[in-house]
Design a protein around this ligand. Structure first.
Ligand code: DGI
Ligand code: FE
Ligand code: FE
Length: 193
């Protein structure tokens, strides 16, 4: 699917602000993809669809989770966690997008996971650092994204977990798996700290 078709499919499902966020994630992801030798086309397609289901009714998302092979434990956690996995199903059903790498980058863009591919990391990071965002400590993550994808992904994961713990929210296992796995990659081993 080309960029303009993808954008035209997504736009009616998003608010103006969310749509502009989506375009900024896409251009951020494309520039990271070029820097780290990842397919810019895949980074762009995944980014354009990453929040495609952000505003679906909760009931519709629940039904899709129940009727598909998505993990049912998603339903035990905050509905904010559902839009990525649900989008990965919907884009195949509605637009015939079957590319596993693209679908997975969309699926895991909110939580991350263990063993992320470069494409998954790029969408995960671009969603966090796009120029419209303003989180505490964001400039450090933006700078790291230019130097080390793993360390930048680790910072996104750490910051997200800190933020969620500060709010005393529950944290989905994949969110922790991302953090643990990236920490292992950075510190290089299984040693007891
Ligand atoms: O869709 P966006 O707003 O662009 O960004 P997103 O999909 O990365 O994240 C949406 C929210 O989900 C964000 O505030 C962080 C939150 N989140 C990430 N991991 C978890 C989580 N919320 C809960 N409750 N548990 C998690 O594990
Ligand atoms: Fe999202
Ligand atoms: Fe997003």
């Amino acid at each position: 699917m080309n960029k303009n078709d993808a954008i035209a499919f997504v736009e009616p499902h998003l608010t103006k602000q969310r749509f502009e966020h989506t375009l900024r994630v896409a251009s951020t992801a494309v520039s990271l993809a070029k820097k780290y030798n990842v397919s810019p086309e895949k980074a762009e397609l995944a980014s354009i669809f990453h929040d495609y289901c952000k505003y679906r009714a909760m009931d519709e998302m629940k039904r899709i989770i129940a009727a598909s092979n998505l993990p049912k434990d998603l339903l035990l956690y905050h509905h904010e966690l559902w839009h990525g996995p649900v989008a990965s199903i919907k884009i195949e059903e509605e637009f015939g997008i079957t590319d596993h790498e693209v679908k997975s980058a969309i699926y895991y863009h909110t939580t991350g996971k263990a063993n992320m591919s470069k494409l998954e990391l790029i969408v995960f990071i671009a969603d966090y650092i796009e120029p419209g965002r303003s989180f505490p400590g964001l400039d450090k993550v933006r700078e790291m994204a230019q130097n080390d994808l793993i360390k930048a992904g680790w910072m996104v994961s750490r910051n997200t977990i800190k933020y969620l713990m500060e709010k005393e929210n529950r944290i989905y296992p994949d969110t922790f798996h991302a953090y643990n796995d990236l920490t292992r990659l950075i510190t290089g081993g299984n040693h007891i700290e």
